[in-house]
Design a protein around this ligand. Structure first.
Ligand SMILES: Cc1cc2nc3c(=O)[nH]c(=O)nc-3n(C[C@H](O)[C@H](O)[C@H](O)COP(=O)(O)OP(=O)(O)OC[C@H]3O[C@@H](n4cnc5c(N)ncnc54)[C@H](O)[C@@H]3O)c2cc1C
Length: 382
Protein backbone atom coordinates (compact mmCIF):
# COMPACT_ATOMS: atom_id res chain seq x y z
CA UNK A 1 0.00 0.00 0.00
CA UNK A 2 1.50 3.31 -0.98
CA UNK A 3 0.44 6.88 -1.64
CA UNK A 4 2.71 8.35 -4.29
CA UNK A 5 3.04 12.14 -4.58
CA UNK A 6 5.93 12.10 -7.09
CA UNK A 7 5.85 12.86 -10.79
CA UNK A 8 7.19 10.03 -12.98
CA UNK A 9 10.32 10.57 -15.08
CA UNK A 10 7.97 10.94 -18.08
CA UNK A 11 6.10 13.75 -16.29
CA UNK A 12 9.38 15.51 -15.50
CA UNK A 13 10.45 15.19 -19.15
CA UNK A 14 7.16 16.80 -20.28
CA UNK A 15 7.63 19.63 -17.79
CA UNK A 16 11.22 20.25 -18.91
CA UNK A 17 10.25 20.27 -22.60
CA UNK A 18 7.52 22.85 -22.06
CA UNK A 19 9.67 24.92 -19.71
CA UNK A 20 12.45 25.06 -22.31
CA UNK A 21 10.02 25.94 -25.09
CA UNK A 22 8.56 28.74 -22.99
CA UNK A 23 11.92 30.17 -21.97
CA UNK A 24 13.64 29.92 -25.36
CA UNK A 25 10.87 30.52 -27.89
CA UNK A 26 7.54 31.69 -26.47
CA UNK A 27 8.34 34.10 -23.63
CA UNK A 28 9.91 36.65 -26.04
CA UNK A 29 6.56 36.81 -27.88
CA UNK A 30 4.39 37.47 -24.83
CA UNK A 31 4.80 41.24 -24.28
CA UNK A 32 4.07 42.22 -27.90
CA UNK A 33 1.18 39.77 -28.13
CA UNK A 34 -0.40 41.36 -25.03
CA UNK A 35 0.17 44.91 -26.25
CA UNK A 36 -1.31 44.18 -29.70
CA UNK A 37 -3.99 41.82 -28.31
CA UNK A 38 -3.09 39.38 -31.06
CA UNK A 39 -2.12 35.74 -30.72
CA UNK A 40 0.86 34.60 -32.87
CA UNK A 41 -0.98 31.77 -34.63
CA UNK A 42 2.25 30.21 -35.97
CA UNK A 43 2.89 28.92 -32.43
CA UNK A 44 0.31 26.18 -33.06
CA UNK A 45 2.65 24.52 -35.60
CA UNK A 46 5.42 24.39 -33.00
CA UNK A 47 3.09 23.02 -30.31
CA UNK A 48 2.00 20.39 -32.84
CA UNK A 49 5.59 19.41 -33.73
CA UNK A 50 6.38 18.85 -30.06
CA UNK A 51 3.23 16.78 -29.52
CA UNK A 52 1.88 19.32 -27.02
CA UNK A 53 -1.59 19.61 -28.52
CA UNK A 54 -2.50 15.97 -28.04
CA UNK A 55 -0.90 15.26 -24.69
CA UNK A 56 -3.84 13.35 -23.17
CA UNK A 57 -5.17 11.77 -26.41
CA UNK A 58 -4.29 8.23 -27.56
CA UNK A 59 -1.57 7.76 -30.14
CA UNK A 60 -4.06 5.94 -32.37
CA UNK A 61 -5.96 9.23 -32.76
CA UNK A 62 -2.81 11.25 -33.44
CA UNK A 63 -2.17 12.20 -29.81
CA UNK A 64 0.87 11.72 -27.58
CA UNK A 65 -0.74 8.98 -25.48
CA UNK A 66 0.10 10.51 -22.09
CA UNK A 67 -2.24 11.22 -19.17
CA UNK A 68 -4.22 14.05 -17.57
CA UNK A 69 -1.40 14.67 -15.12
CA UNK A 70 0.87 15.45 -18.10
CA UNK A 71 -1.83 17.69 -19.55
CA UNK A 72 -1.94 19.62 -16.26
CA UNK A 73 1.86 19.90 -16.20
CA UNK A 74 1.81 21.48 -19.68
CA UNK A 75 -0.91 23.89 -18.56
CA UNK A 76 0.94 24.88 -15.40
CA UNK A 77 4.10 25.68 -17.37
CA UNK A 78 2.32 27.59 -20.15
CA UNK A 79 0.34 29.63 -17.63
CA UNK A 80 3.46 30.36 -15.61
CA UNK A 81 4.65 32.18 -18.73
CA UNK A 82 1.35 33.58 -20.06
CA UNK A 83 -2.24 32.69 -19.28
CA UNK A 84 -3.34 34.13 -22.64
CA UNK A 85 -1.14 31.59 -24.46
CA UNK A 86 -2.39 28.83 -22.16
CA UNK A 87 -6.04 29.83 -22.70
CA UNK A 88 -5.56 29.74 -26.46
CA UNK A 89 -4.02 26.28 -26.10
CA UNK A 90 -6.80 25.09 -23.77
CA UNK A 91 -9.73 26.29 -25.90
CA UNK A 92 -8.15 24.43 -28.81
CA UNK A 93 -6.78 21.28 -27.28
CA UNK A 94 -9.59 20.59 -24.88
CA UNK A 95 -12.83 22.50 -25.56
CA UNK A 96 -12.61 22.41 -29.36
CA UNK A 97 -11.28 18.87 -29.70
CA UNK A 98 -12.34 16.68 -26.79
CA UNK A 99 -15.97 16.17 -27.97
CA UNK A 100 -14.68 15.10 -31.42
CA UNK A 101 -12.31 12.62 -29.80
CA UNK A 102 -15.15 11.35 -27.59
CA UNK A 103 -17.98 11.08 -30.13
CA UNK A 104 -16.62 11.83 -33.61
CA UNK A 105 -16.92 9.43 -36.53
CA UNK A 106 -13.67 8.06 -38.03
CA UNK A 107 -14.11 10.53 -40.88
CA UNK A 108 -14.59 13.50 -38.52
CA UNK A 109 -11.50 12.46 -36.58
CA UNK A 110 -9.51 12.27 -39.80
CA UNK A 111 -10.74 15.67 -41.05
CA UNK A 112 -10.67 17.65 -37.81
CA UNK A 113 -9.03 15.87 -34.86
CA UNK A 114 -5.78 14.80 -36.54
CA UNK A 115 -4.96 18.16 -38.18
CA UNK A 116 -5.91 19.92 -34.92
CA UNK A 117 -3.52 17.73 -32.92
CA UNK A 118 -0.79 18.44 -35.47
CA UNK A 119 -1.32 22.22 -35.17
CA UNK A 120 -2.49 22.51 -38.78
CA UNK A 121 -6.02 23.56 -37.84
CA UNK A 122 -7.11 25.69 -34.87
CA UNK A 123 -10.29 24.87 -32.96
CA UNK A 124 -12.66 26.62 -30.57
CA UNK A 125 -15.90 25.92 -28.74
CA UNK A 126 -19.09 27.99 -28.95
CA UNK A 127 -21.44 27.28 -26.06
CA UNK A 128 -22.02 30.59 -24.21
CA UNK A 129 -24.57 33.07 -25.50
CA UNK A 130 -25.66 36.60 -24.56
CA UNK A 131 -28.62 35.12 -22.60
CA UNK A 132 -26.97 31.89 -21.51
CA UNK A 133 -23.50 31.95 -19.98
CA UNK A 134 -23.94 30.37 -16.55
CA UNK A 135 -27.26 28.88 -17.55
CA UNK A 136 -26.57 26.68 -20.58
CA UNK A 137 -30.18 25.55 -20.60
CA UNK A 138 -31.22 29.07 -21.64
CA UNK A 139 -29.32 28.60 -24.92
CA UNK A 140 -31.28 29.90 -27.92
CA UNK A 141 -29.15 29.15 -31.00
CA UNK A 142 -31.13 26.77 -33.19
CA UNK A 143 -30.43 24.53 -36.17
CA UNK A 144 -33.13 23.78 -38.73
CA UNK A 145 -32.93 20.75 -40.98
CA UNK A 146 -32.54 21.52 -44.69
CA UNK A 147 -31.57 19.35 -47.62
CA UNK A 148 -28.06 17.97 -47.13
CA UNK A 149 -27.50 19.62 -43.76
CA UNK A 150 -28.58 22.24 -41.26
CA UNK A 151 -29.00 26.03 -41.10
CA UNK A 152 -27.87 27.67 -37.85
CA UNK A 153 -29.34 30.90 -36.42
CA UNK A 154 -28.42 32.66 -33.17
CA UNK A 155 -25.41 34.15 -31.43
CA UNK A 156 -22.43 33.10 -29.32
CA UNK A 157 -20.55 35.30 -26.87
CA UNK A 158 -16.98 35.29 -25.54
CA UNK A 159 -15.75 32.53 -27.86
CA UNK A 160 -12.00 31.94 -27.48
CA UNK A 161 -9.95 31.51 -30.70
CA UNK A 162 -12.97 32.38 -32.91
CA UNK A 163 -11.20 35.33 -34.62
CA UNK A 164 -8.65 32.98 -36.23
CA UNK A 165 -10.03 29.45 -35.77
CA UNK A 166 -10.33 27.03 -38.68
CA UNK A 167 -13.34 25.36 -37.10
CA UNK A 168 -15.61 25.76 -34.09
CA UNK A 169 -17.82 23.32 -32.25
CA UNK A 170 -21.14 25.13 -32.00
CA UNK A 171 -23.95 24.08 -29.66
CA UNK A 172 -27.50 24.52 -30.97
CA UNK A 173 -31.06 23.29 -30.50
CA UNK A 174 -32.40 21.14 -33.31
CA UNK A 175 -35.80 20.72 -31.61
CA UNK A 176 -36.43 23.68 -29.28
CA UNK A 177 -39.72 22.12 -28.13
CA UNK A 178 -37.76 19.34 -26.33
CA UNK A 179 -36.29 19.52 -22.80
CA UNK A 180 -33.63 22.27 -22.30
CA UNK A 181 -30.81 19.73 -22.17
CA UNK A 182 -31.61 18.48 -25.71
CA UNK A 183 -28.56 20.08 -27.26
CA UNK A 184 -26.68 19.20 -30.47
CA UNK A 185 -23.09 20.01 -31.44
CA UNK A 186 -21.97 20.96 -34.94
CA UNK A 187 -18.49 21.25 -36.39
CA UNK A 188 -18.50 24.53 -38.31
CA UNK A 189 -15.64 25.17 -40.71
CA UNK A 190 -14.55 28.80 -41.00
CA UNK A 191 -14.93 31.07 -42.80
CA UNK A 192 -18.67 30.45 -43.14
CA UNK A 193 -20.89 32.97 -44.98
CA UNK A 194 -23.44 32.84 -42.14
CA UNK A 195 -20.91 33.66 -39.39
CA UNK A 196 -20.12 37.28 -38.49
CA UNK A 197 -17.22 37.20 -36.03
CA UNK A 198 -16.38 40.37 -34.05
CA UNK A 199 -13.23 40.36 -31.93
CA UNK A 200 -13.72 41.75 -28.40
CA UNK A 201 -11.34 43.97 -26.42
CA UNK A 202 -10.56 42.51 -23.00
CA UNK A 203 -8.92 43.46 -19.69
CA UNK A 204 -7.56 39.96 -19.03
CA UNK A 205 -5.77 37.36 -21.20
CA UNK A 206 -5.50 40.09 -23.84
CA UNK A 207 -3.60 38.11 -26.46
CA UNK A 208 -6.07 35.24 -26.26
CA UNK A 209 -8.52 36.31 -28.97
CA UNK A 210 -12.20 36.24 -28.05
CA UNK A 211 -15.27 37.01 -30.15
CA UNK A 212 -18.97 37.71 -30.35
CA UNK A 213 -20.54 35.70 -33.19
CA UNK A 214 -23.78 36.45 -35.02
CA UNK A 215 -25.02 33.38 -36.82
CA UNK A 216 -27.44 34.06 -39.62
CA UNK A 217 -28.48 30.99 -41.60
CA UNK A 218 -25.02 29.39 -41.60
CA UNK A 219 -25.09 26.14 -43.58
CA UNK A 220 -23.49 23.07 -41.97
CA UNK A 221 -23.45 19.78 -43.92
CA UNK A 222 -24.96 16.61 -42.42
CA UNK A 223 -21.56 15.01 -41.84
CA UNK A 224 -20.61 17.86 -39.48
CA UNK A 225 -23.23 16.98 -36.87
CA UNK A 226 -21.21 15.59 -33.96
CA UNK A 227 -22.70 12.57 -32.18
CA UNK A 228 -26.46 12.20 -31.93
CA UNK A 229 -28.81 15.11 -32.64
CA UNK A 230 -30.15 16.45 -29.29
CA UNK A 231 -27.84 14.00 -27.50
CA UNK A 232 -24.56 15.79 -26.73
CA UNK A 233 -25.43 17.56 -23.44
CA UNK A 234 -23.82 14.75 -21.34
CA UNK A 235 -20.70 14.97 -23.53
CA UNK A 236 -20.55 18.74 -22.99
CA UNK A 237 -20.92 18.32 -19.21
CA UNK A 238 -18.21 15.66 -19.06
CA UNK A 239 -15.91 17.80 -21.18
CA UNK A 240 -16.50 20.84 -18.94
CA UNK A 241 -15.83 18.80 -15.78
CA UNK A 242 -12.53 17.50 -17.09
CA UNK A 243 -11.57 20.95 -18.30
CA UNK A 244 -12.27 22.43 -14.87
CA UNK A 245 -9.38 20.35 -13.56
CA UNK A 246 -7.31 21.57 -16.52
CA UNK A 247 -8.00 25.26 -15.97
CA UNK A 248 -7.31 24.75 -12.28
CA UNK A 249 -3.78 23.69 -13.31
CA UNK A 250 -3.62 26.90 -15.36
CA UNK A 251 -4.55 28.84 -12.24
CA UNK A 252 -1.70 27.22 -10.30
CA UNK A 253 0.76 28.28 -13.03
CA UNK A 254 -0.44 31.88 -12.68
CA UNK A 255 -0.27 31.77 -8.88
CA UNK A 256 3.29 30.39 -8.97
CA UNK A 257 4.41 33.09 -11.41
CA UNK A 258 2.95 35.85 -9.22
CA UNK A 259 4.51 34.31 -6.12
CA UNK A 260 7.97 34.02 -7.72
CA UNK A 261 7.83 37.66 -8.84
CA UNK A 262 6.88 38.72 -5.30
CA UNK A 263 9.59 36.52 -3.78
CA UNK A 264 12.31 37.90 -5.98
CA UNK A 265 11.15 41.50 -5.34
CA UNK A 266 11.10 40.81 -1.58
CA UNK A 267 14.72 39.69 -1.75
CA UNK A 268 15.96 42.52 -3.96
CA UNK A 269 14.09 45.59 -2.82
CA UNK A 270 15.60 47.47 0.12
CA UNK A 271 13.36 49.92 2.02
CA UNK A 272 14.79 51.91 4.96
CA UNK A 273 17.86 49.66 5.00
CA UNK A 274 15.88 46.43 5.16
CA UNK A 275 14.95 43.80 2.56
CA UNK A 276 11.20 44.08 1.94
CA UNK A 277 10.83 40.36 2.76
CA UNK A 278 12.29 40.97 6.22
CA UNK A 279 9.30 43.09 7.21
CA UNK A 280 7.10 40.67 9.11
CA UNK A 281 3.93 41.78 7.32
CA UNK A 282 5.47 40.90 3.94
CA UNK A 283 7.09 37.67 5.16
CA UNK A 284 3.70 36.51 6.48
CA UNK A 285 2.04 37.34 3.19
CA UNK A 286 4.65 35.25 1.34
CA UNK A 287 4.27 32.40 3.82
CA UNK A 288 0.50 32.39 3.38
CA UNK A 289 0.77 32.59 -0.43
CA UNK A 290 3.17 29.63 -0.55
CA UNK A 291 0.85 27.57 1.67
CA UNK A 292 -2.19 28.44 -0.47
CA UNK A 293 -0.36 27.42 -3.65
CA UNK A 294 0.92 24.17 -2.18
CA UNK A 295 -2.57 23.16 -0.98
CA UNK A 296 -4.30 24.08 -4.24
CA UNK A 297 -1.59 22.48 -6.37
CA UNK A 298 -1.95 19.06 -4.78
CA UNK A 299 -5.72 19.27 -5.04
CA UNK A 300 -5.33 19.94 -8.78
CA UNK A 301 -3.07 16.93 -9.29
CA UNK A 302 -5.47 14.81 -7.24
CA UNK A 303 -8.21 15.94 -9.67
CA UNK A 304 -5.99 15.01 -12.63
CA UNK A 305 -5.32 11.62 -11.05
CA UNK A 306 -9.11 11.14 -10.70
CA UNK A 307 -9.50 11.88 -14.44
CA UNK A 308 -6.85 9.24 -15.20
CA UNK A 309 -8.60 6.72 -12.92
CA UNK A 310 -11.99 7.54 -14.48
CA UNK A 311 -13.37 8.59 -11.08
CA UNK A 312 -13.71 12.38 -11.47
CA UNK A 313 -17.22 13.61 -10.69
CA UNK A 314 -18.72 17.05 -11.26
CA UNK A 315 -18.50 18.07 -7.58
CA UNK A 316 -14.81 17.18 -7.30
CA UNK A 317 -14.08 19.03 -10.55
CA UNK A 318 -15.93 22.04 -9.14
CA UNK A 319 -13.97 21.92 -5.85
CA UNK A 320 -10.66 21.77 -7.71
CA UNK A 321 -11.55 24.67 -10.00
CA UNK A 322 -13.00 26.80 -7.21
CA UNK A 323 -9.99 26.44 -4.91
CA UNK A 324 -7.32 26.88 -7.60
CA UNK A 325 -8.89 29.86 -9.38
CA UNK A 326 -9.58 31.73 -6.13
CA UNK A 327 -5.99 30.97 -5.05
CA UNK A 328 -4.65 32.56 -8.25
CA UNK A 329 -6.72 35.70 -7.67
CA UNK A 330 -5.73 35.97 -4.02
CA UNK A 331 -2.01 35.26 -4.56
CA UNK A 332 -1.71 37.64 -7.51
CA UNK A 333 -3.45 40.41 -5.56
CA UNK A 334 -1.05 39.92 -2.64
CA UNK A 335 1.86 39.98 -5.10
CA UNK A 336 0.76 43.38 -6.39
CA UNK A 337 0.59 44.70 -2.82
CA UNK A 338 4.09 43.35 -2.06
CA UNK A 339 5.56 45.08 -5.11
CA UNK A 340 4.00 48.41 -4.12
CA UNK A 341 4.02 50.91 -7.00
CA UNK A 342 6.04 48.51 -9.13
CA UNK A 343 3.10 46.09 -8.94
CA UNK A 344 1.05 48.52 -11.01
CA UNK A 345 3.73 48.95 -13.70
CA UNK A 346 3.51 46.89 -16.90
CA UNK A 347 7.21 46.02 -16.83
CA UNK A 348 6.38 43.68 -13.92
CA UNK A 349 4.10 40.71 -14.65
CA UNK A 350 1.96 40.73 -11.50
CA UNK A 351 -0.69 43.19 -12.74
CA UNK A 352 -1.17 41.16 -15.91
CA UNK A 353 -1.34 37.94 -13.90
CA UNK A 354 -4.02 39.38 -11.61
CA UNK A 355 -6.14 40.55 -14.57
CA UNK A 356 -5.69 37.12 -16.14
CA UNK A 357 -6.51 35.27 -12.91
CA UNK A 358 -9.82 37.13 -12.61
CA UNK A 359 -10.86 35.61 -15.94
CA UNK A 360 -10.66 32.19 -14.27
CA UNK A 361 -13.11 32.87 -11.46
CA UNK A 362 -15.54 33.56 -14.33
CA UNK A 363 -14.68 31.42 -17.39
CA UNK A 364 -15.47 27.67 -17.40
CA UNK A 365 -18.24 28.39 -14.88
CA UNK A 366 -18.06 31.16 -12.27
CA UNK A 367 -17.11 30.47 -8.64
CA UNK A 368 -20.81 30.87 -7.75
CA UNK A 369 -21.71 28.12 -10.22
CA UNK A 370 -18.95 25.85 -8.81
CA UNK A 371 -20.42 26.39 -5.32
CA UNK A 372 -23.89 25.52 -6.66
CA UNK A 373 -22.55 22.24 -8.10
CA UNK A 374 -20.83 21.36 -4.82
CA UNK A 375 -23.91 22.33 -2.78
CA UNK A 376 -26.11 20.12 -4.98
CA UNK A 377 -23.78 17.19 -4.27
CA UNK A 378 -24.45 17.87 -0.58
CA UNK A 379 -28.20 17.51 -1.15
CA UNK A 380 -29.14 21.21 -1.38
CA UNK A 381 -30.99 23.05 -4.19
CA UNK A 382 -29.27 26.44 -4.58
C1 LIG B 1 -12.18 35.56 -21.62
C2 LIG B 1 -13.34 34.59 -21.72
C3 LIG B 1 -13.27 33.54 -22.60
C4 LIG B 1 -14.35 32.66 -22.75
N1 LIG B 1 -14.28 31.65 -23.66
C5 LIG B 1 -15.40 30.89 -23.90
C6 LIG B 1 -15.38 29.92 -24.95
O1 LIG B 1 -14.38 29.70 -25.64
N2 LIG B 1 -16.53 29.25 -25.21
C7 LIG B 1 -17.67 29.45 -24.48
O2 LIG B 1 -18.68 28.80 -24.77
N3 LIG B 1 -17.70 30.35 -23.47
C8 LIG B 1 -16.60 31.08 -23.17
N4 LIG B 1 -16.61 32.01 -22.16
C9 LIG B 1 -17.88 32.25 -21.45
C10 LIG B 1 -17.85 31.86 -19.99
O3 LIG B 1 -17.97 30.46 -19.85
C11 LIG B 1 -18.98 32.65 -19.31
O4 LIG B 1 -18.59 34.01 -19.27
C12 LIG B 1 -19.29 32.16 -17.92
O5 LIG B 1 -19.86 30.88 -17.95
C13 LIG B 1 -20.25 33.11 -17.19
O6 LIG B 1 -21.36 33.42 -17.99
P1 LIG B 1 -21.78 34.95 -18.20
O7 LIG B 1 -20.58 35.72 -18.57
O8 LIG B 1 -22.95 34.99 -19.12
O9 LIG B 1 -22.23 35.44 -16.75
P2 LIG B 1 -23.74 35.40 -16.17
O10 LIG B 1 -24.28 34.04 -16.35
O11 LIG B 1 -24.49 36.56 -16.74
O12 LIG B 1 -23.47 35.65 -14.62
C14 LIG B 1 -23.41 36.96 -14.04
C15 LIG B 1 -23.24 36.80 -12.53
O13 LIG B 1 -24.36 36.08 -11.98
C16 LIG B 1 -23.90 34.95 -11.26
N5 LIG B 1 -24.84 33.84 -11.44
C17 LIG B 1 -25.43 33.43 -12.60
N6 LIG B 1 -26.21 32.36 -12.38
C18 LIG B 1 -26.12 32.08 -11.04
C19 LIG B 1 -26.68 31.09 -10.19
N7 LIG B 1 -27.51 30.14 -10.67
N8 LIG B 1 -26.35 31.10 -8.87
C20 LIG B 1 -25.50 32.05 -8.36
N9 LIG B 1 -24.95 33.03 -9.12
C21 LIG B 1 -25.24 33.03 -10.44
C22 LIG B 1 -22.55 34.59 -11.88
O14 LIG B 1 -21.74 33.85 -10.98
C23 LIG B 1 -21.99 35.98 -12.15
O15 LIG B 1 -21.42 36.51 -11.00
C24 LIG B 1 -15.52 32.86 -21.97
C25 LIG B 1 -15.57 33.92 -21.05
C26 LIG B 1 -14.50 34.77 -20.91
C27 LIG B 1 -14.59 35.91 -19.93
Amino acid sequence: MSLNFSFSSEHVAVRDTVRRLCQDELAPLVFDAEETETFPKHVFKRWGELGLLGVRYPEADGGSGLDKISDCIVREELSYMSQAFASTWSAHTHLGIWPIWKTGTPLQKERFLKPALAGEKVAGFGLSEPDGGSNVRAMKTRAEKVEGGWRLHGSKLYITNAPFADFLLVAARTRPELAPQSISLFIVELPNAGFEISKLKKEGIRSSETALIHIDGAFVPDDCLLGEAEGTYPVILESLSENRVGVAANAIGMARAAFDAALSFSNDRIVAGKRVGDYQAIAHKLAEMSAQIEAARWLVYYGAWCVDQGTLDAAMAARVKLVASETAVSVSEQAIRILGGAGIMREYPVGRIHRDALVYVIGEGTSEIQKNIIARSLGFKP
